[in-house]
Design a protein around this ligand. Structure first.
Ligand code: SAM
Length: 506
């Protein structure tokens, strides 16, 4: 086996996963994989991995299993768990007690011991936990580790540091193994994810605005430049003031943009601070096509977006009973009248009233897409992107063909700096409605922003040719009050596009 090829493959794997795999180990692994996939040389294997085929995806999945170290156990690092239990989670729970939400992410969770340990701790810290909206997500690159995690079955080795009373309280002893209590198992969601290649924050997976991210014993296997790549994603997935806990000294070699280290006797923990992060100077896309076209759905107020807790929490379980009571005391109003009322309130910028009305309305009309769209819009416009995204996801579950939630999610994703997800959402809008001018223009803006001018121009041309088929006074969907005629004037004032194709002249 020649060494330059092995070095190539080593770098390629590192760029894809972040992992630095020792040459000797890698050589043995790759040799055995070459035989499996019937390829002759390392270069062939590298080329195969680089293809975007189902076979290469499968091969990566196999490789992940072979090159990762999945060592984990419950309550790993007593000191760090004591810091979490006695200080960090306590503080988060106290600060979140009004909205009753807590959002935790264990990144690189392997077989699940870490997120389950977190779930056990919060279960002990929050007496009325059934009234809370708790998110505990575990992600890992290695799917077979996640399969094991989801089953919640563990051997003795996972309990090295666990007192007997904790085992007795949260695990069911079976023959030769322990099974985690179903109520703790249900608190944790597992998802495959690659901290290097995937985009985070990831609105659809619920990974955004996290209160706490625990990513421990992952970066020890990473090259420093890859730590920075992953760290940037983790930081952006925290809410302002949220915490990141890594393994000890795992961030020593990397710059901490936007994170403030806080040293406790048991461990250092990192707090996201937007004052340090300078979030607003990040290259967010200006979604708007040239000039200030008013976007109907998302005049997001940046200053409020992380902490708009004045509005009630999402219409998730915690406060449903109160809403039900309110709903029960109200006279019947025709759904269409209520929706029209809410539309008028949105126009006036009276978002809290829209939120209240639509939440009550949805109790009796849980399948009303318009109400979801208005509720999401009101949340977004009052700066509460977390709730807006949650409502969009519910709206999609109810009616996957409605373009409004995808459109709004595109804006939310871009607000969080996840342009890939923004693109993805806008493509879905176009897939569902190939005449949605706003989606073409905004997708074009993203491509322009990311330097793909050819694609950007093509999308603008598409928008223009659609506009060419519409009566001049038609109102453009998502650009409230803006007519075809007016949009064309704006577009043509700001850039020269080949209008001749559609025959449109303004
Ligand atoms: C040693 S385990 C740590 C488990 C747990 N966090 C703990 O401290 O007990 C490291 C985990 O990181 C995962 N990992 C490695 N590279 C990754 C990547 N690029 N994205 C996501 N997970 C990754 C591995 O699959 C492995 O399960």
């Amino acid at each position: 086996m020649d060494s330059p090829s092995l070095t190539n493959i080593q770098s390629f794997i590192s760029a894809h996963t972040g992992l630095h795999v020792d040459e000797k180990d890698l050589s043995a692994t790759i040799h055995s994989r070459l035989r499996h996939v019937s390829l002759q040389s390392l270069d062939d294997y590298c080329a195969f991995l680089a293809t975007d085929s189902p076979e290469s995806k499968h091969e990566w999945r196999v490789l992940y299993q072979k090159i990762t170290t999945g060592e984990s156990f419950f309550f790993r690092d007593k000191g760090q768990f004591s810091l979490l239990r006695n200080t960090i989670l306590k503080e988060l729970i106290e600060n979140n007690k009004e909205k009753r939400t807590l959002r935790l992410w264990s990144a690189g969770c392997s077989t699940g011991e870490e997120p389950y340990s977190l779930a056990i701790v919060i279960n002990e810290l929050i007496p009325d936990i059934h009234m809370w909206d708790i998110t505990v997500i575990g992600t890992d690159i290695n799917e077979s580790a996640l399969d094991k995690a989801a089953k919640g079955i563990f051997g003795d080795w996972s309990f090295r540091m666990v007192p007997k009373d904790v085992i007795a309280a949260y695990f069911i002893r079976r023959k030769g193994h322990y099974e985690i209590e179903p109520r703790i198992r249900r608190m944790v969601t597992f998802k495959q994810g690659n901290l290097i290649k995937d985009n985070y924050p990831d609105i659809i997976s619920g990974i955004y605005d996290m209160d706490l991210i625990v990513c421990r014993n992952v970066f020890i296997y990473f090259q420093p430049e890859n730590i920075s790549i992953a760290l940037n994603k983790l930081t952006k997935s925290l809410r302002d003031g949220g915490y990141l806990l890594t393994g000890h000294a795992e961030l020593q070699a990397v710059p901490l943009h936007g994170l403030m280290p806080i040293a406790y006797p048991d461990s250092t923990i990192f707090r996201r601070s937007d004052k340090v992060h300078k979030r607003h100077t990040e290259p967010l896309v200006n979604f708007l096509p040239p000039q200030n076209i008013p976007i109907q759905h998302v005049p997001i107020k940046k200053s409020e977006k992380h902490h708009s807790h004045k509005t009630p929490s999402t219409h998730v379980t915690p406060q449903k009973s109160a809403i039900k009571r309110a709903a029960a005391g109200r006279p019947y109003i025709k759904p269409s009248v209520l929706v029209d009322e809410a539309k008028a309130l949105i126009k006036d910028g009276n978002y809290p009233q829209v939120i209240e009305k639509m939440r009550i309305f949805l109790i009796d009309n849980p399948k009303q897409s318009d109400a979801y769209a208005l509720l999401a819009e009101a949340y977004a416009n009052s700066g509460n992107l977390t709730n807006a995204a949650a409502v969009c996801k519910e709206a999609i579950a109810i009616n996957p063909l409605d373009i409004r939630p995808y459109y709004l999610l595109a804006h939310i994703a871009a607000e969080y700096g996840n342009l890939e997800e923004g693109k993805d959402m806008l493509k879905r809008v176009i897939y569902l409605n190939s005449n949605c001018v706003a989606a073409y223009l905004e997708l074009s803006s993203i491509y322009e922003h990311t330097g793909d001018t050819a694609k950007a121009l093509k999308l603008k041309e598409n928008a223009l040719s659609i506009l060419g088929t519409l009566p001049p006074d038609t109102e453009i969907e998502f650009y409230s009050g803006l007519s075809v005629k007016e949009l064309l004037v704006q577009l043509n004032n700001s850039y020269v596009a080949p209008l001749t194709k559609s025959g449109m002249k303004v």
